[in-house]
Design a protein around this ligand. Sequence first.
Ligand SMILES: NC(=O)c1ccc[n+]([C@@H]2O[C@H](COP(=O)([O-])OP(=O)(O)OC[C@H]3O[C@@H](n4cnc5c(N)ncnc54)[C@H](OP(=O)(O)O)[C@@H]3O)[C@@H](O)[C@H]2O)c1
Length: 300
Amino acid sequence: MSTPAPTLLVTGASGQLGSAVVRHLLDTLKFPAERIIVTSRSPEGLADLAARGVTVRAADFDQPGSLVAAFAGADRLLLVSTDALMEPGKRLTQHRAAVQAAVDAGVKHVVYTSLPSADTSHVSFAPDHWGTEQALSASSLGWTVLRNAWYFENLAYSLPGALASGEWATAAGEGRIAYIARDDLARAAAVALASGNATNRILTLTGERAWSARDIAARVSALTGKPLAVVDITPEQLVEGLKAHGFPPVLADVFASFDAATAAGDLGAVTDDYAQLTGQTPTALDVWLPANVELLTKAH
Ligand SMILES: NC(=O)c1ccc[n+]([C@@H]2O[C@H](COP(=O)([O-])OP(=O)(O)OC[C@H]3O[C@@H](n4cnc5c(N)ncnc54)[C@H](OP(=O)(O)O)[C@@H]3O)[C@@H](O)[C@H]2O)c1
């Protein structure tokens, strides 16, 4: 007699990563919809999943009291890290509440979306991720930590403005980033969740190469036919520039810390964990860029 499939739960199912994870579970991995629970702060937006037989529930990590019921019945849970960056420390409180609720709800294994070198990274919010990894490791849960490299899609924050002015100001110097497509990370999370693997492990999911701003600028310039010069500035100049463009100081510090982390090499390590986990090759920059020129040229 075969063992029944575990029941999987994906938090943050309205988000860009969470929604893609659910799509991969259903359409790529053909995981049975009746064995999938999704949670969101906006469950009303997930009627299409409910129509496919997925169980849709409300869950907000800011309301810890409601989480045990939201997680009830799940064997394996994907905890998608939240985007609460404006209030330092808030995100770790949210994640700790979710971890405790998973324990109390009888979840066996949690998969968590972290960032590379969570313990040592210069990214300003790395302590949120490292703290969550520590909460998982101190709990009775089994866990898989997915240290997700930077999305290619993050280029859409800087490149449209840079292309418009012809100058890409960066404090990352010659530092490199091992970018990977967000959809590849969603596929990896779906595989990690559905695999049934019960080993506690940390996987660093990256592309096959790491790229400097000058590498990217040369390619984007060739693709668009627009000149794009990389201009080196200090982290302090970057913070001032972002604030002058209307960024709140907290966010300006966050973005400047990305460049500091890149310069320090925190985001540049390349691993083959993605291929080991999924059996697939991650999408290459030279495939992703031409397919996403519109994303990089339009203001967002
Ligand atoms: N590696 C990278 O380059 C990179 C880039 C951007 C973000 N990230 C991280 O990866 C996560 C997923 O990325 P994304 O592209 O899907 O970002 P996104 O579309 O902005 O999604 C934000 C996610 O946070 C969830 N969330 C926010 N507040 C919450 C709360 N109080 N309780 C429960 N869930 C909450 C949202 O769930 P609902 O809306 O469904 O409630 C949603 O899944 C982000 O939240 C961030 O931590 C990584």
